[in-house]
Design a binder for this molecule. Structure first.
Ligand code: 5GP
Length: 188
């Protein structure tokens, strides 16, 4: 295997972390890409585990030095990015890189890595099922439900055609098996 990357993106609530952690636990030729950020660590987060933490000033300096494959100001003043050194670190071990990144970041990474990348969009089931689930839960007004449904719809439309694979997370066990298969197929 040479210099491959696998990108998982999803709107929140689609079960992305569960799927990514399952895939990482399954194979030892995959390694999670640790992003750099200028936000403060939360809770037990450690430098070099969840993220590489830097000040905004250090981060800007590193942007100027072209140290990033990609970076984004996700929230005002909070930078996130993938370091070139992180990509090199993982590839040097002969591993493929796994990214768990928001939809926009995923699209950017796919553009950068092209054929070296498999990009997977994890999607909650259909708009109808999402609406039924929200109604069944009984915690939102119809107006709030329609707002959520509209947001999910626009995220799905944005993602359409921009990812190599759309993985519908309806039944989790099925989604995990499907994720395993597409990853195995890409890496073989
Ligand atoms: P959090 O602060 O909650 O850990 O992450 C906030 C957002 O930053 C999430 O949407 C996450 O996907 C995004 N993010 C994390 N790492 C990177 C990265 O390396 N590049 C980009 N563009 N976004 C990232």
């Amino acid at each position: 295997m040479s210099n491959k990357v696998i990108i998982f993106s999803a709107p929140s609530g689609a079960g992305k972390s569960t799927i990514v952690n399952h895939i990482l636990g399954l194979r030892n030729d995959l390694e999670f890409s640790i992003s750099a950020t200028s936000r403060a660590p939360r809770g037990q987060e450690q430098h070099g585990v969840e993220y590489y933490f830097f000040s905004a000033e250090e981060f800007r300096q590193m942007i100027a030095e072209d140290k990033f494959v990609e970076h984004e100001e996700v929230y005002p003043g909070s930078f996130y990015g993938t370091l070139r050194s992180e990509v090199e670190r993982i590839w040097a071990k002969g591993n493929a890189i796994v990214f768990d990144i928001d939809v926009q970041g995923g699209v950017n990474l796919k553009r950068i890595f092209g054929e070296q990348a498999l990009s997977v969009f994890i999607q909650a089931p259909s708009v109808e099922i999402l609406r039924e689930r929200l109604i069944g839960r009984g915690t939102d007004t119809m107006e709030a439900i329609e707002r959520r449904v509209a947001k999910a719809k626009s995220e799905m439309e944005f993602a359409a055609g921009k990812f190599d694979y759309v993985l519908v997370n309806d039944d989790l066990q099925t989604a995990l098996a499907e994720a395993e298969d597409i990853v195995a197929d890409f890496l073989k």
